[in-house]
Design a protein around this ligand. Structure first.
Ligand code: NAG
Ligand code: NAG
Ligand code: NAG
Ligand code: NAG
Ligand code: NAG
Ligand code: NAG
Length: 488
């Protein structure tokens, strides 16, 4: 289930899975209707009806998946948790020495910090802004910068956008090679500033335009990450847009010395570059794009002076070479492996597809939430953005979750400022944090993002990162911008 099948076959299989689940759901709701309309028939329902066995299979499958996912993660992390801190420090020192001796040695021993954009005039505080994190990454680069971006509008806004743009030009001027993978532009998501950057950088910049419509019905490259010199990186919700650096609430992670994960992220980047030159997706991606690290075999990292496990997932399914965890499965895994708490903060949450016709039910994450809340009494808190552009039809799905025991859904509304800039003043962060791990994503938790849109998550159990993100969630949850679902 965590396997990422390859190419078209994978995409078709996924559609079939969705259709199969639809059939199961239809049977289950038929059974439920049956049960409520004829209470006297409860004994026949529990003994022999075929709907109840479908229900049973479904429950068993969910329990199975949950156990399988949790035990593979536990097995993979067990050897590490045995390391005491002394051994750990020794290990880090060795890694560092090795890295100095051999530049190709893969290791991960740097500092990892959460970077956020907090819109102006809010009472929320952050230690590191997205803009400062990006400026550090870009200014530190001496050889390469790989940018995976949805679109680029840094100019003609707030100063910080101009500063990031200038830093990119300065990087070109000191011979840093800039590689950009960007979604094919359109009127709403233009590449004006990229064209300007190309004019200033000349041969120092190379751009791969990825048109997801070549392979799917719609979709965009929606991933957002920056890799510097193959060793430092940012991944998170912020677009290369001055608004995302000043007036849109964003959350991401920046790591300064971790070529182990940076090189893995580069493989995700290389898939975009390769795909941008293709007319059809390959049945098998070249083996150099395969990864060793996934949910069942995470990388061992040592950031912030503590060891942990991590892997990078990607979507859509067909963009995952061998070994790469599919983003949807990674998020499902994050939810299902929780023991006591799940906190989800995301802009849009809908268990359906919304952008292409016909819309279909997309139950993966919703089922995972209901499963842990019901089976394990895990407390699930969800904070979902609410603004002028919220997707119509979201609220009923949230209400049905909020009605469950152990699930509470709240909305986050960021007051407009004056003058109001369209598409700002919204919580655009996307993450899941549990009692044991955190997944920092680039996709909204809506079906389309996992079917035809390129996105990724960094999943880790490093304690400092889990607690740091949990404290951002708790801050937002308790803030004056968090309102009960019943208030709309
Ligand atoms: C995860 O990685 C391991 C080791 O690289 C590999 O054997 C396994 O097949 C991968 N799992 C998936 C689901 O791709
Ligand atoms: C930004 O401003 C400059 C100068 O004021 C102008 O020439 C340019 O067209 C503007 N770009 C965009 C994308 O609006
Ligand atoms: C992307 O591909 C679709 C389908 O082939 C095409 O209609 C569209 O014009 C392309 N967009 C761009 C910006 O090239
Ligand atoms: C940039 O370099 C400084 C100085 O070496 C270092 O402290 C910092 O962690 C680096 N930041 C990033 C994001 O690479
Ligand atoms: C987990 O949930 C319980 C019950 O809602 C709460 O008291 C506790 O603070 C939560 N822990 C975290 C880490 O959020
Ligand atoms: C918000 O902050 C900005 C910049 O600090 C300021 O100019 C503005 O007046 C503030 N108030 C409102 C309501 O936007």
């Amino acid at each position: 289930m965590l396997s990422c099948a390859r190419g078209r076959v994978g995409a078709v299989a996924q559609v079939l899975t969705v259709l199969c689940l639809l059939v199961v759901v239809a049977c289950c709701s038929a059974a439920a209707t049956h049960a409520t309309t004829s209470p006297s028939s409860s004994s026949s329902l529990s003994s022999s009806s075929s709907s109840s066995s479908v229900q049973g299979d479904w429950r068993n499958a969910a329990a199975d998946a949950e156990q399988r996912l949790a035990s593979s993660w536990r097995a993979a992390t067990q050897h590490r948790s045995k390391l005491d801190s002394a051994t750990q420090q020794q290990h880090e020192q060795q890694q560092q020495q090795q890295q100095e001796h051999n530049a190709d040695q893969l290791s991960c021993s740097g500092t990892a910090r959460i970077a956020e954009t907090i819109p102006s005039n809010l009472t929320l505080h952050t230690d590191l802004s997205t803009g400062d994190a990006w400026l550090q990454l870009i200014n530190n680069a001496t050889q390469t910068l790989d940018l995976a971006v949805f679109y680029m509008t840094l100019l003609n806004g707030t100063d910080i956008g101009q500063k990031v743009f200038n830093a990119l030009v300065a990087a070109c001027d000191r011979n840093v090679a800039i590689n950009v993978a960007i979604s094919a532009p359109n009127a709403q998501f233009p590449d004006d500033d990229l064209v300007t950057l190309q004019q200033q950088c000349g041969s120092q910049i190379s751009v791969a335009y990825l048109n997801m419509s070549t392979f799917f019905d719609g979709g965009v490259l929606h991933t957002k990450f920056i890799i510097a010199d193959g060793q430092a990186f940012y991944i998170g919700s912020a677009n290369m847009d001055w608004r995302s650096l000043s007036e849109v609430k964003e959350l991401g992670i920046v790591v300064d010395k971790c070529n182990l994960l940076a090189s893995d992220l580069k493989k995700v980047f290389d898939v975009f570059v390769l795909a941008s030159n293709l007319e059809r997706l390959p049945a098998f991606w070249p083996s150099q794009l395969d990864t060793d690290f996934n949910a069942s075999n995470p990388a061992t990292i040592a950031v912030n002076h503590e060891s942990g496990s991590a892997f990078i997932s990607s979507s859509p399914h067909a963009f995952c070479p061998a070994g790469r965890s599919f983003d949807r499965d990674a998020l499902e895994f994050a939810i299902l492996s929780a023991q006591t708490n799940v906190s989800i903060e995301v802009m849009d949450y809908l268990p359906i597809t919304v952008y292409e016709e016909p819309q279909v039910y997309w139950p993966a994450l919703d089922t995972a939430i209901r499963t842990v809340a019901f089976n394990k009494k895990v407390q699930v808190n969800m904070l979902i953005a609410y603004w002028d552009n919220s997707i119509e039809g979201m609220i009923p799905f949230l209400k049905s979750l909020n009605d469950l025991d152990n699930v509470e859904v709240r909305l986050m509304e960021i007051p407009k400022n004056t003058p109001y800039v369209p598409f700002t003043r919204v919580n655009h962060a996307k993450f899941i944090v549990t009692d044991s791990l955190v997944a920092i994503s680039t996709s909204n938790y809506v079906g389309d993002y996992f079917i035809n849109t390129a996105g990724s998550s960094l999943v880790t159990d490093a304690k400092s990162l889990v607690s740091s993100v949990q404290s951002r969630f708790d801050r937002d949850w308790a803030s004056q911008y968090s309102v009960p679902l019943s208030s709309v």
